[in-house]
Design a protein around this ligand. Structure first.
Ligand code: ATP
Length: 418
């Protein structure tokens, strides 16, 4: 049977995955069988989210009446006194997940759904559920059930702190994280931001997570974890997850874009990039007569250097979330670069010729050839960007965004950011 749970934490702390880990322990003790956990990230632009819009799904091989244990954990652990915490749990006890629940899960990663969408499906399929306060968590709980194994192709191993340390500063030895990353990348990713020299596998918030190692291969993830020197942890839980899959992104044309959803759009640059105070870089692209403003925010760091190299006419695929009429860039694929020219002295021997004075022509300083050209020429500009796919720096990456290192062998060059 499957149990989906969501919306138990608040900005003051807690984490739905922590509840999942404690529930897993309790269920394994009670039922005497192994319980597995899935961590399902949903639409990253949802306004009610506390942090990373995570929900969890618990797998138990057989069916049992476990509602009381789940209720007891939610009542004890969820931040029910917080205005923005509205837990929900859904129980699914059948072999195959119905197509409409799978479709609901796919939509929950991309769009904003309403509670009625979830309750109609729960009622329609006669599913048991637990709802606290407004019960908004039922949306994420049902979506966690509908996310299939294929949707969840990566893993995260999370180490949880001892409760006595929750209020203290986390201790993680930075050098050991560098060693863990060096030994296991590219099978693990987003442990470090090497250029920014930042450990990114550990949160800064008050939640119980000490660190989380993400990757494709549980053995490599475990190898990385073993290299990390840190304060002691109380639990270590492996989740199968839809993180790093780009599940939130859908292809679309500009006129189809809807607020709060994530897209990839094939377009041409219609206005060269510009950077505003604060370091955010904008670029305008267009397709079939429609225009789209895109932004690479300052925290995306060196990714902005690539965006700044774009010129009018370049063909690109822009990818990110559409918020307030602007695409917040997560990735950029340069399909085709437009030839660019500037007016300048003619070229000879690979160098710009010297002017002999107004209307007197030009001379090559190497081979001494003289060109009787009155006017300046159109000189081709060397482009500082190559066709291929680029991404934001790891510290600015969304949980759902697929690191380019996972997507090689797709027939085009990739420039992973590490
Ligand atoms: P954490 O990651 O720390 O567990 P969170 O960021 O997941 O917290 P929650 O506290 O779980 O945030 O709140 C997210 C809320 O948004 C939940 O009630 C969930 O049901 C709801 N939600 C998630 N995805 C969608 C969606 N696509 N449409 C509408 N509501 C959603």
């Amino acid at each position: 049977m499957l149990i989906g749970i969501d919306d138990t934490d608040s900005k003051r702390g807690m984490c739905t995955t922590y509840l999942g880990t404690l529930l897993k322990k309790a269920l394994e003790q009670e039922l005497n069988e192994t319980v597995q956990l899935r961590l399902v990230r949903l639409n990253p632009t949802i306004r009610f989210k506390t942090r990373g819009n995570a929900s969890i799904c618990i797998f138990i091989r057989h069916s049992y009446d476990v509602q009381d244990i789940v209720r007891e954990h939610i009542e004890r652990m969820a931040h029910l006194d917080d205005d923005n915490t509205h837990p929900g749990a859904v129980f699914f006890d059948d072999d195959a997940i119905p197509a409409d629940i799978r479709c609901f899960a796919r939509d929950a990663v991309h769009a904003e759904l309403c509670l009625e969408n979830a309750t109609e499906l729960i009622d329609g399929h006669g599913l048991d559920f637990l709802s606290f306060k407004s019960g908004r968590g039922l949306i994420g709980a049902l979506a966690a059930i509908g996310a299939t194994v294929e949707n969840c192709s990566s893993y995260e191993l999370i180490a949880y702190r001892f409760e006595r340390n929750f209020a203290k500063k986390r201790y993680i030895n930075e050098q050991s994280v560098w060693r863990a990353d060096a030994a296991t990348y590219p099978y693990t990713w987003d442990t470090l931001d090497r250029k920014g020299e930042a450990v990114i596998c550990a949160p800064h918030s008050l939640d119980p997570v000490l660190y989380g190692i993400r990757g494709d291969d549980p053995n490599q993830i475990l190898a990385a974890q073993r290299k990390i020197i840190s304060e002691p942890f109380q639990y270590l839980t492996l989740y199968r997850t839809n993180q790093g899959t780009d599940a939130h992104v859908r292809p679309a044309q500009i006129r189809e874009l809807e607020e709060g959803r994530s897209y990839k759009v094939t377009a041409a640059v219609t206005r060269a990039p510009w950077t505003i105070t604060g370091g955010h870089t904008f670029v305008l692209v267009g397709d079939s007569g429609a225009r789209l403003l895109c932004v690479a925010f300052e925290p995306t760091k060196q990714f902005r250097t690539t965006v700044r190299e774009l010129r009018v006419g370049d063909k690109v695929v822009v990818q990110g979330s559409y918020v307030k009429n602007c695409l917040h860039l997560e990735k950029l694929r340069v399909l085709e670069l437009c030839d660019q020219y500037k007016s300048g002295n003619p070229i000879c021997c690979d160098k710009s010729m010297k002017s002999l004075g107004q209307d007197k022509g030009f001379k090559c300083s190497k081979c001494k050839a003289v060109k009787d050209v009155r006017l300046k020429c159109q000189v081709s500009i060397k482009r500082e960007v190559a066709p291929g796919a680029y991404e934001v720096t790891p510290s600015a990456r969304r949980h759902l965004a697929e690191p380019l290192i996972r997507g090689h062998n797709r027939g085009y060059a990739v420039f992973p950011s590490r």
